[in-house]
Design a protein around this ligand. Sequence first.
Ligand SMILES: Cc1cc2nc3c(=O)[nH]c(=O)nc-3n(C[C@H](O)[C@H](O)[C@H](O)COP(=O)(O)OP(=O)(O)OC[C@H]3O[C@@H](n4cnc5c(N)ncnc54)[C@H](O)[C@@H]3O)c2cc1C
Length: 301
Amino acid sequence: MDSPWRLELKKLLPHAKFDESLSRYTTFRIGGPADAYVEIRDAGELAALAGSAGSSGVALMFLGWGSNLLVRDGGWRGIAARLRGDFEKLEFLPDGRVAAGAGVRVPQLVAACAENGLGGDESLVGIPGTVGGALVMNAGTRDGEIGALVQEVEIFDREILAPKKLTRGELVFRYRSSNLGGRIILGCVLQLKPGNKVDIMRRVQECQQKRLQTQPIHTYNVGSIFKNPPGLFVAKLIEQAGLKGMVCGGARISPLHANFIENFSGAKASDVLELTRRIQEKIKSAFNVELELEIKVIGEP
Ligand SMILES: Cc1cc2nc3c(=O)[nH]c(=O)nc-3n(C[C@H](O)[C@H](O)[C@H](O)COP(=O)(O)OP(=O)(O)OC[C@H]3O[C@@H](n4cnc5c(N)ncnc54)[C@H](O)[C@@H]3O)c2cc1C
């Protein structure tokens, strides 16, 4: 028999799916089921979901595009939600500012900005995630991070069940992290640089081209697995340690970019985690360097 929270969720959001595999919602195509998965399309649905999860004590987690996530094989105990619909809107404001919903895909944001003669975000074009995920991760490249462009962020306050704005001064962005983890992010306002549309589009294309040559973007992966320690490149260390191409179950270290792991044949999360463990062990013994995961690992073993 369904538990009371499941019955309530079904009533509030009839499109919710139960015992839904999260592998469908991550670019790794790996992961066990969430107790429930639901796409939230507007503020009313969000308030209903947050209120219900809060009162029943069920864990609530927001996914973006799942392009930085490894969901363990046992899945997620609780509700996994994604912001769609009203949260996928972009609005161009005066003075080179853009309001972007958390569900907007980053490549779409960069393309729309370029189309409107706004640059400063070109290097983000190949980051496949959403604006929400990019804010949590402070996603970026050597040429810039999203945090540097942020003026304000809108979150959903679970205490008062209403949206709330965080100003620039309240935000902390560091290398692949921010103080937004654990919040529900609804969107942000970014400050871009007005410029020549043709030049901006050329830079966007150059960035895309560079990625095609250096990253296995046509495979199932989640981008860089480890953070680069200060002054070092993990991919180089892994290559020097002779680990490039190493296989564990259905997962392998990418032959193209050694800081990527590819799900090349029905990999399990446990295959990926075993590979990361072996890499960390080898890099520690060979170079005395501790590698920290960049990806987020969630769920039950
Ligand atoms: C081919 C490839 C290339 C990549 N290149 C780069 C790169 O150059 N630079 C880089 O930084 N990253 C890169 N990544 C990693 C990834 O795309 C980024 O980290 C991205 O910002 C993650 O966004 P997402 O929407 O997929 O977030 P997810 O992976 O879905 O989630 C990441 C975290 O954010 C949280 N989250 C997401 N949305 C919300 C929300 N609305 N509210 C609250 N929490 C939320 C999740 O709970 C999770 O903790 C790459 C990935 C791939 C597959």
